[in-house]
Design a protein around this ligand. Structure first.
Ligand code: C2E
Ligand code: CA
Ligand code: CA
Ligand code: CA
Length: 274
């Protein structure tokens, strides 16, 4: 440290700024989950190989602060996970989606479940209670879990996933290819879907290595009888490639951005006043 005084100061300043922002997010989020008028759920359609047909939509939480600025879930979800706020936040998202899902009987809604939620055995009793309260059919809901949870080899996680499946929910493996899970995990957990991470999709047409990884994931998934979803599809070229290797569903800005529920309704049914 003696030889880098300038760096040391700069480093401390940046740390200070980052810590203050983190603290603000923590406090703000604590408020937001208690009176969640700052929270909303957006829906992003997943389309079939024709590029139009929608059978699934992913629920993505949005947070707008009182001052009108917003913080992305990529930033606040990890903080919610560390502080335990993911628990009330996750419950709020499920309530919101369950309350809205019955309006769209033709689509399955995918909800992201954090590993932190999956580690609690009370998750199942909560979801059972919500199913009754909102009269939701589990087959209409898909839970997305990330590969990381599989590595933990946590008995509760396995039990929870089994219980969700037994209740009739579908389970998708999110961000596939970014962790280190082995094929035996894929078999052990019997997922319905595998979502190919957008980092590989981005490499299509750019790096032959990414293209080979995508091909490999698709052939593994196919061999295991899973549906294959590509996320982060932004270009026609990516779509053609993925369709060519028989992916089943496609999600990305090429088709639609995440949108508020009323916009999603119009997206499905056409404008209300036309
Ligand atoms: P994810 O589950 O991998 O969700 C996909 C992310 O990619 C979303 O970001 C979505 O808006 C974005 N995306 C969709 N299409 C495209 C595209 O064509 N290009 C690019 N560059 N991005 C695209 P978002 O909404 O910011 O969410 C970020 C992450 O936050 C999610 O990643 C998920 O891990 C987490 N998250 C979001 N909502 C929830 C939630 O309700 N619960 C939990 N536990 N996590 C959530
Ligand atoms: Ca997801
Ligand atoms: Ca993902
Ligand atoms: Ca992700």
């Amino acid at each position: 440290k003696a030889d880098g005084r300038g760096c040391h100061c700069l480093f401390s300043d940046e740390m200070g700024v980052a810590l203050r922002r983190r603290r603000r997010i923590e406090l703000g989020l604590d408020q937001a989950v208690r009176s969640p008028d700052q929270l909303t759920v957006f829906y992003q359609p997943l389309v079939g190989p024709d590029g139009h047909t929608i059978r699934t939509a992913e629920a993505l939480v949005r947070w707008t602060l009182r001052d009108g600025t917003s913080v992305g879930p990529g930033e606040f979800i990890p903080i919610a996970e560390e502080t335990g706020l993911i628990w009330p936040l996750g419950e709020w998202v499920m309530r919101r989606v369950f309350a809205q899902a019955n309006r769209w009987p033709q689509v399955v809604i995918a909800i992201n479940l954090s590993p932190v939620q999956l580690r609690r055995s009370s998750l199942i009793s909560l979801i059972e209670a919500l199913v009754l309260e909102y009269d939701v059919q589990p087959a209409r809901i898909e839970f997305e879990v990330t590969e990381g949870v599989l590595l933990e080899n946590h008995a509760v996680i396995q039990d929870n996933l089994d219980a969700l499946r037994a209740m009739g929910f579908r389970i998708a493996l999110d961000d596939f290819g970014t962790g280190y899970s082995s094929l035996s995990y894929l078999r052990k957990f019997a997922f319905h879907k595998v979502k190919i991470d957008q980092s590989f999709v981005r490499g299509i047409g750019v790096s032959s290595e990414s293209e080979e990884i995508v091909r490999a994931i698709v052939s593994i998934g196919r061999a295991l009888g899973l549906r294959l979803v590509a996320e982060g599809v932004e270009t026609r070229e990516q779509f053609e490639f993925l369709r060519g290797i028989q992916c089943d569903e496609f999600q990305g800005y090429l088709f639609a951005h995440p949108m508020p529920h009323h916009a999603f309704w119009e997206h499905l049914h056409g404008p209300l006043d036309s």
